[in-house]
Write a protein that binds this ligand. Structure first.
Ligand code: DGP
Length: 114
């Protein structure tokens, strides 16, 4: 855990969040500034600053995050309609919080990125 990291603090229960799913590896909670009817952040409990910091050790974790994303999408009725799973990496990728996270977006027609 990184003491100053807000997502570590959410994962540890020291900061409140609307948690929709959690297990020993990941936590999923509603984004504080939603840009779609469904906007959930899926984070590993492990502090990984950004996507470039992943290692081969994280392969299983990254697969697990995707399985959790699909499970949540299914539970929210998005699996048939479609959704988007996004990672913003570093400054030009639009990353603001430096704890790896994936945005699960859906519930409306999403436009081309860019
Ligand atoms: P990114 O730009 O990919 O780093 O997105 C960070 C997202 O995190 C952004 O959509 C807003 C969200 N966020 C920031 N602080 C908090 C918080 O304290 N609680 C929750 N639920 N979301 C947060």
């Amino acid at each position: 855990m990184a003491e100053e990291c807000i997502f570590c603090r959410i994962a540890g229960g020291q900061l409140p969040a609307e948690v929709v799913y959690q297990d020993e590896q990941v936590v999923a909670f509603k984004d504080i500034r939603p840009v779609a009817p469904v906007h959930i952040l899926i984070i590993p409990r492990k502090h990984i600053p950004d996507l470039t910091a992943i290692t081969p050790e994280d392969k299983e974790l990254l697969g697990h995050i995707h399985l959790v994303a699909v499970q949540i999408a299914r539970e929210l009725g998005l699996a048939g309609r479609g959704f988007r799973l996004v990672n913003n990496c570093k400054e030009e990728g639009g990353q603001v919080v430096y704890h790896l996270h994936f945005h699960l977006l859906g519930g409306r027609q999403l436009r081309i990125l860019g």
